[in-house]
Design a protein around this ligand. Sequence first.
Ligand code: 13P
Ligand code: SF4
Length: 303
Amino acid sequence: WATFAEDIEAIERLKVEHNAVILAHNYMTPEVFLGVADIRGDSLALAREAQRVDADTIVLAGVHFMAETAKVLNPAKRVLLPDLRSGCSLAESITASDVAALREAHPGVPVVTYVNTSAEVKAASDITCTSGNAVQVIESLGTDKVIMIPDQYLARNIAARTGVEVITHPGACEVHERFTPLDIVQIRHDNPGVTVLAHPECPPEVVAEADYAGSTADMQAYVDRERPSRVALITECSMSDNVAADHPDIDFVRPCNLCPHMKRNTLRAIRTALETGTHEITVDPALAAGARRAIERMLAVPM
Ligand code: 13P
Ligand code: SF4
């Protein structure tokens, strides 16, 4: 922490100076997540909280689609993303014309779009979802078939839980698609008694080997509630570091893959963002209106 102290002090001063708040995703490194974040959570919590922010500036310590969602939901605020290269393999896998082609091939089937997409793709959709509410969103539609894009694995995992048929798109998270069922077999062999929690962006064969699957907030809640003596979180590397900070008595086995996009938002990048006002996220108002309709419909689904 000594090496981070100067940046943390500067960021705290800049937050006051610019009336800014920092929203941080659960995959931020601990010095960001525990050191300077004002609001922490999964994609769903960050969307809900962004809508309620009263401060003038939101710094999104996460990735581009999260900053765009914050701007769409709270357009009067200045939204800063510290590093513009913070993309997402899922968001990059699909365009609005792909959505139009799916609609043409499957007339009348509703389009449920993961929040890990651009505002343009959200605007072309009927409703968005996150991994924290995908089951409730699908069930709220009351149909036996949905187009669920762009994460083929999330779609298949949710189909298995709802019995609703999914038409999907060949997108995947570059972090979670790398886990294999054998990884879990090996973890169990090496760590007797371990409880294995997997993110639903993992392939279904991986989820099948786990004891539980859920969003990052669901994993945190599971550990808080069940307090397993030994646990493995099959997800991005910082997740275990951040959850472990609240649970010094739990043994965290740490298999993980890094998300290079999340990791670009370092303390230094956040400090520079506040010092220079970079990089401000803007969304074309017509697209923003369409994206807001799809996101607000999601936020209205009872949990
Ligand atoms: P959640 O935090 O909503 O589970 O999403 C995980 C993720 O990969 C975000 O990019
Ligand atoms: Fe995208 Fe996966 Fe990184 Fe999340 S962890 S931002 S889904 S690439």
